[in-house]
Design a protein around this ligand. Structure first.
Ligand code: ATP
Ligand code: MG
Length: 372
């Protein structure tokens, strides 16, 4: 392996050494020129060039240092000058040389100071802008968090209030001691609210885990058809109750998908249950899976209520729901889609939602077939 000098020294150090060699070469050349020319006229102009080499270095006092070197060389040059010139001419030229050297030092030092001041101002401005951005995003995150907790506590309180209200009614026997049907009905409502509450708490925990990055995927080769049919079996009864035609289209020999089976199930169940929930009686839902370009494409189309263009922009954010009577009539906290989106992104996939209000919705999930 060839030996490289860059292994032993930093790039900056190499550049400085190279520049220093240049300065020494410039100083030697001007000095030689100086003592070879008669009358000492060479002193001024060439030493100005020596001062200019200071621009190669970042140090603020380099010009003063080079000015001192140049003055020293000018004085030595005076004693080594050929003796055939008139002394007063040599002395005058040397004085001119020294004046030229120090005027150059003064101008270059001033310019460098101006430049570093300008750089400092720009740096400060950049820092201020960064600080402003940081404060703004913290403010935004705080507002989002407050909104999140506001919605969360509201959603938790609703089923809890129902449970408290119904159980209190039973406890106080408000219908007397013989109206068992009424109490059974209340018990069933308590059961429903408790299940809803449990589902909500599970969703909140899932969403929090996903947001904090603590959700760990367990990737393996999945038989997609099996997972899709298990989701179908789980939800088909609810679809049947609404007389919804739930069709599955998936090839028998579909390639396995390298992903987390539980996450895939959660994605499909969430999307499918949304379609069933927001599709009126007698509608149609088609769930299809195909592969293309090393990707699995899962598509869920429904003939349901759809989502408005405005709501589509934010619908995947936690606790976001379409704001119309049809949608509000359905139960839900608005966490499902945000969980789906996070799970898809965790797999390095994509979630696409196409929807037309009152016509239907198509959701396409694209996942890399061989993992990421
Ligand atoms: N297939 C769909 N058709 C029409 N609207 C939909 C569909 N899927 C989602 N939406 C709209 O998007 C909103 C957010 O969906 P999301 O799944 O996040 O919440 P949810 O179903 O209301 O509640 P959760 O899933 O937490 O029980 C829904 O409330 C609904 O307004
Ligand atoms: Mg949902």
């Amino acid at each position: 392996m060839p030996l490289s000098i860059e292994k032993f020294m930093s790039k900056d150090l190499i550049t400085h050494i190279r520049n220093l060699a240049l300065v020494i070469a410039a100083a030697s050349a001007t000095f030689l020129l100086d003592i070879k020319l008669p009358l000492g006229v060479a002193g001024g102009v060439p030493y100005v060039i020596l001062i200019l080499t200071g621009m190669l270095f970042p140090w603020p006092r380099i010009f003063i240092f080079l000015g001192l070197c140049a003055t020293f060389l000018t004085l030595i040059g005076f004693f080594l000058s050929p003796e055939y010139a008139a002394l007063w001419i040599v002395i005058t030229n040397r004085i001119y040389a020294i004046v030229a050297i120090w005027v150059t030092v003064f101008i270059l030092s001033l310019k460098r100071k101006e430049k570093s001041l300008l750089e400092e101002i720009t740096l400060r401005r950049e820092l201020e802008l960064k600080l402003y951005d940081a404060v703004k995003s913290t403010d935004k995150a705080n507002k989002a968090k407050t909104a999140f907790f506001g919605s969360m506590s509201h959603d938790l309180r609703t089923p809890l209030n129902a449970i408290i209200g119904f159980s209190e009614a039973i406890d106080k026997k408000i219908f007397g001691t013989d109206k068992f049907d009424k109490y059974f009905e209340y018990a069933s409502d308590i059961h429903k609210s408790s299940l809803y509450l449990l589902q909500l708490i599970n969703d909140i925990l899932d969403a929090a885990k996903l947001e904090s990055g603590a959700h760990v995927l367990h990737l393996k080769n999945i038989n997609v058809k099996e997972v899709v049919y298990s989701c179908h079996d789980l939800l088909n009864k609810i679809a049947k109750d609404k007389n919804i035609d739930l069709k599955i289209s998936i090839a028998d020999d579909i390639l396995p998908l390298f992903a987390d089976p539980l996450a895939l199930q959660q994605i499909i169940v969430n999307l499918l249950s949304n379609s069933i929930k927001f599709t009126p009686n007698d509608g149609t839902i088609i769930l299809s899976v195909k592969t293309a370009k090393n990707q699995h494409i899962i598509k869920i189309e429904d003939t349901g209520a759809g989502i408005s263009e405005e709501a589509l922009k934010t619908i995947t954010k936690p606790f976001t729901r379409e704001d119309n009577d049809h949608h509000k009539a359905q139960e839900g906290s608005g966490l499902g889609l945000s969980i789906v989106k996070s799970l898809v992104e965790l797999h390095h996939g994509e979630l696409e939602i196409q929807s037309v209000l009152d016509k239907g919705t198509t959701i396409i999930v694209t996942l890399p077939s061989k993992g990421f």
